[in-house]
Ligand binder design. Structure first.
Ligand code: SF4
Length: 486
């Protein structure tokens, strides 16, 4: 008797590092369930797209990715399509209405049950539910919408889609046992899921749910698993990492967790991302100041510096508070690299408020800055505020700030020339002929890199280099003997 062919599942991962952690778990779940996993949907039996729904641009990218899969399916080169992740959670019903080729929608609670969903839609004998399966109790409006979609589908194509959008799980997800998508030598370590901050512009709490911190033992076990799997650098992520422990009520907080990871994780580098300025404590600053393995780096999204805007955003901090925090960080951790993000065109942002932000950016000189154009998100407080800034003005402000930041970043890269640093090699660079490496002040995937001549080293290698030139945002380095600067 011929052996049944192993079904092929492709995974398309979109969005931020937190989503990437989910993608890595999905891949492992599919592989453990007997699927051959791949990143190429062309020729796969089923493609799972792990989606992002953060802002309008992310949603547009997600729709585009789904459309590409639908085109493959129409051409007979892909079997089935499953939409998972944030967009499925936020807008699963609308995804089905927009994309007739989607066979299943699975929300965040079903991350670890994707193999079952895939099997159900692949098996011609599996009894597909006669009606879409709303795991959470649907509202009357959703029922009506869902029924309409199903009617439509029954008429056109036979089987109806599976819809699994459940309530948020009570605990943070267990992210152990992943098939990692990052290079072996670095890994994302999620310490919290969800967020309780309710910033006025942000839809994330509605998508990802309330704050849930992982148990410290689970964080440590995962850190050790990642290090045993070859990770030299652990990048701590969560919607708000400084909130770690607040929901547990057992005395754990981020500073204690960092101290424990320092003692017990055996990672060479530990990097702190996604902090909240209003929750940044002196204890955390002290942990940063104690040095490696915690790298002198912090990702500190500020979003704005004008007091009226900060208050309207609900950021719980003023410009003076931001300046004090930056001063404390720079004094306690000399040479610390600070990454931040800003939002331009938030409702009520006057021309003066925007100029205040631009002046601040020029004065403070962050190491790395990301800028988002404000996107009014359904269900958020900010979307209902008066004084919405016209889209073309938002865009102009973004252009203006990006030009300023580009100049500052190029100047900063030129100032690096002559420095001796320890870097870790990531792999081939976007610039042809180079390898990309990073020093402690550069996070993977979002920050500029140090370019090395190809052949000089292999991914994961740590070496001392001397910066010899600037190349736009990046720098070019040559391997050198001797110690890095202290
Ligand atoms: S801290 Fe604010 S911006 Fe960040 S995820 Fe929470 S609510 Fe959203």
């Amino acid at each position: 008797m011929a052996e049944a062919r192993q079904p092929i599942a492709a995974l398309v991962s979109l969005g931020c590092p937190k989503n990437l952690v989910d993608s890595e778990r999905m891949l492992a779940g599919l592989a453990l369930a007997g699927f051959a996993v791949t990143d190429s949907p062309d020729g796969a039996d089923v493609a799972v797209v792990n989606t992002c729904a953060f802002i309008d641009l992310a949603r547009a990218e997600t729709d585009e990715a789904i459309e590409e899969l639908e085109a493959l399916k129409r051409a007979g080169r892909l079997g089935r399509i499953v939409v998972a992740g944030c967009m499925a959670q936020r807008d699963g019903r609308a995804v089905l209405a927009r994309h007739a080729g989607v066979d299943a929608v699975a929300g965040l609670a079903d991350r670890d049950a994707l193999a079952d969903v895939c099997r159900a839609i692949l098996s011609p004998t599996a009894p597909l539910d006669p009606s879409a399966r709303w795991v959470s109790a649907p509202t009357a409006q959703e029922m009506a919408h869902g029924a309409a979609v199903q009617e439509n589908r029954r008429a056109k194509r036979g089987p109806v889609p599976i819809v699994q959008v459940g309530p948020f799980p009570a605990d943070a997800p267990d992210d152990r046992e992943r098939l990692r998508l990052t290079p072996r030598h670095y890994a994302y370590l999620r310490i919290t899921e969800g967020c309780d901050n309710r910033c006025a512009y942000c839809a994330i709490p509605a998508i990802r749910g309330p704050l849930r911190s992982k148990p410290p033992d689970a964080v440590l076990a995962e850190a050790q698993e990642l290090v045993a799997d070859g990770a030299r650098e652990l990048v701590l992520v969560g919607q708000d990492t400084t909130a770690f422990g607040r929901d547990r009520g057992d005395g754990w907080n981020l500073a204690r967790l960092l101290a424990r990871l320092r003692r017990e994780s055996v990672a060479a580098w530990i990097r702190l991302m996604y902090t909240h300025p209003a929750s940044f404590t002196d204890d955390v600053i002290q942990e940063l100041a104690r040095g490696l393995p915690i790298v002198p780096y912090v990702d500190l999204p500020l979003q704005h510096v004008n007091d009226a805007i900060l208050a309207s955003m609900g950021r719980r901090i003023t410009r003076a508070g931001v300046e004090r925090l930056l001063g404390r960080l720079r004094e306690a951790v000399p040479g610390i690299a600070i990454r931040t993000t800003f939002i331009v065109g938030y409702p009520g942002e006057t021309g003066e408020a925007f100029e205040e932000l631009a002046d601040f950016v020029e004065k403070v000189r962050f190491d790395h800055v990301g800028v988002f154009v404000y996107s009014p998100e359904a269900g958020t407080r900010a979307a209902g505020l008066p004084d919405q800034v016209p889209p073309e003005v938002r865009r102009r402000r973004w252009d203006r700030l990006m030009r300023l930041l580009e100049r500052l970043a190029h100047e900063a890269a030129r100032r690096m020339v002559g420095r001796r640093l320890t870097v870790r090699v990531d792999g081939p660079a976007h610039a042809a002929g180079y390898l990309a490496a990073r020093h402690g002040g550069q996070a993977p995937e979002v920050d500029p890199v140090v370019l090395l001549a190809r052949g000089a080293a292999k991914p994961g290698d740590e070496l001392t280099v001397r910066i010899v030139a600037a190349k736009g945002y990046d720098t070019v380095a040559a391997a050198t003997d001797g110690d890095p600067e202290a």
